[in-house]
Design a protein around this ligand. Structure first.
Ligand code: SAM
Length: 278
């Protein structure tokens, strides 16, 4: 039984990192006319009202996007443009999830495949994406869905794997499905989100990916504290395989600034490195 609801967390510091990376990759993919496929294995509800009871309960967005002023981050103009497009009245009322962000970029020649298992979030996702002719919403296990979609018909694409990890086996499943997916679609971009709660779990996950022999793996991490098991999730990361050449430079510029801005008690944390070279 799934109990995780992303509506409690939308716009927090983990979404910030994930969606900055997502925006940069999608913006890169649309530079070419050729169509591509976007596969979101764990899509969530798609779009979130920050005045909902859920978002207001912990107000996590206040420690994420709520801490940023677009004027201080000209490097993130595209990210703020996307978020702003859902907030025409200027005040931050809605926060876009990964499906809505993808839909901002995708063109008629592209396709989005969105998987969501939670019954209520699946319904909300269908409602939120009902205006999108190029998105297909599936109430299906995202890992199984991914396996069936690779290699994509268009041979260009991005896979976003963003589980909630409430089922501990997800830490193993993400590696298995990336390694198998990469065998079928070695030129594809794979982006995996992970939480840093217990660093040892993440070290194991990353060691398995490196051992798989996959090349061109980059890691970006952003957190509000240095690792501290007692505090719960102190940071989160994105592992990107076959990253666009522009991403690493962008992240190395912006992550130190972001860590300083969102860090609690001046102890923000970031990583920007290469786990496996090209
Ligand atoms: N990617 C979304 C975004 O960036 O806006 C957030 C996704 S949230 C972290 C994870 C979602 O995955 C939850 O809505 C959960 O219900 C869903 N989920 C969990 N296990 C799943 C599975 N095996 N297949 C598809 N969806 C799953």
């Amino acid at each position: 039984m799934l109990s995780y609801r992303h509506s409690f967390h939308a716009g927090n510091f983990a979404d910030l990192l994930k969606h900055i990376v997502l925006v940069e990759i999608l913006d890169y993919l649309i530079q070419k006319e050729a169509g591509f496929e976007y596969i979101d294995t764990h899509a969530g509800a798609g779009l979130y009202s920050l005045s909902s009871v859920e978002a207001q309960k912990l107000q996590e967005y206040a420690g994420g996007i709520g801490k940023l002023d677009a004027e201080d981050f000209p490097e993130l103009a595209r990210y703020f443009e996307v978020v702003g497009s859902f907030n025409p009245a200027k005040a931050l009322e809605f926060y876009p999830g990964s499906p809505a962000i993808a839909n901002f970029f995708l063109r008629s020649q592209d396709r989005a495949w969105l998987h969501e298992l939670h019954p209520r979030d699946y319904e909300l996702l269908c409602e939120n994406m009902s205006g999108s002719k190029i998105s297909r919403v599936q109430r299906q296990d995202g890992f199984a869905g991914l396996n069936g979609l690779l290699p994509p018909v268009r041979r260009r694409g991005l896979v976003l794997i963003d589980p909630s990890y409430e089922i501990k086996s997800d830490y193993d499943r993400v590696v298995t499905y990336i390694v198998n997916g990469h065998k079928k679609f070695s030129q594809g971009i794979f982006a995996l989100w992970y939480p840093v709660i217990d660093r040892r779990t993440i070290d194991k996950l990353q060691a398995k990916l490196i051992k798989s022999g996959i090349r061109n793996i980059q890691r970006f991490e952003l957190g509000i504290y240095a690792d501290d098991y007692a505090r719960g999730m102190t940071s989160s990361g994105m592992i990107v395989i076959n990253s666009p050449w522009t991403l690493f430079n962008k992240m190395s510029q912006v992550l130190p600034k972001l860590a300083q801005q969102i860090g609690e008690a001046n102890s923000g944390h970031f990583k920007c490195d290469v786990l496996a070279p090209e």
